[in-house]
Design a protein around this ligand. Sequence first.
Ligand SMILES: Nc1ncnc2c1ncn2[C@@H]1O[C@H](COP(=O)(O)OP(=O)(O)O)[C@@H](O)[C@H]1O
Ligand SMILES: [Mg+2]
Length: 250
Amino acid sequence: MKFISIVNQKGGTGKTTTVISLGAVLAKKGKKVLLIDLDPQGNLSYSLGINEIKHTIGDVLMGDATAKESIVHIEDENLDIIPSSIDLANIEISMAQIEERELQLKKTLKKLPAYDFVLIDCPPSFSLLAVNSLTLSNQVIIPMQMTALSLQGLDLIYGTIAQIRENLNPKLKILGILPVMIDKRRKLSSEVNDYIKENFDIRLFKSGIRNNVRAAEAPSFGKSVISYAPTSNSAKDYTEFGKEFLALSK
Ligand SMILES: Nc1ncnc2c1ncn2[C@@H]1O[C@H](COP(=O)(O)OP(=O)(O)O)[C@@H](O)[C@H]1O
Ligand SMILES: [Mg+2]
């Protein structure tokens, strides 16, 4: 069972879209996949059409529900998810008082049923919730737009992960940076590519994700772009990425 954090401390960098789309691709390939919504904004839960939420990841973190009873099965996508809601913001504040607060997610997820992959949608900050996710995870995927501004954040991501590896989770690995919302006409993109290669020891996934309106539409239909628009560029790109991901996970 592999735990994978999808992180970037900036908002709007394609984290949630990547969690759903990669999850859907892996599920289609017969993998057993659990998604965890660890963002109080609950975009992941909303994007999969979950309206009535019985238990949330917040309840799990506080010991008010077990992980198992909080899982919602999404029949159409063959995906499981533990949803979140806005309460998670307050729960994060309460968690600050708990002893070994960085280990809370790891402890409360001990009795999960078996999955091939657990993909965790992190909030847009290196808050306690994100630290909990990184403390539990084997691998990290960083979806990033290839712009100069995004690069400013890469130092922080790299440094934070190095710190967590040192203090909390020695097995944590950065699997790679996933270029998203790519506009091939932009010259800057390739310059940014080169900059990353020269300055960081991080893999850039070969299968980047193109800018595609279908990806932005899918959430309103409560579906992954893979099932909403299977022939779209987004679906194609995420399918390629899924293959690259699986080849690296062996
Ligand atoms: N490849 C893409 N092409 C076009 N729009 C995208 C693409 N990926 C994501 N989006 C849209 O961009 C916005 C931010 O993406 P999201 O996955 O929510 O980012 P994050 O979770 O990092 O905040 C959303 O409205 C989403 O639908
Ligand atoms: Mg998000």
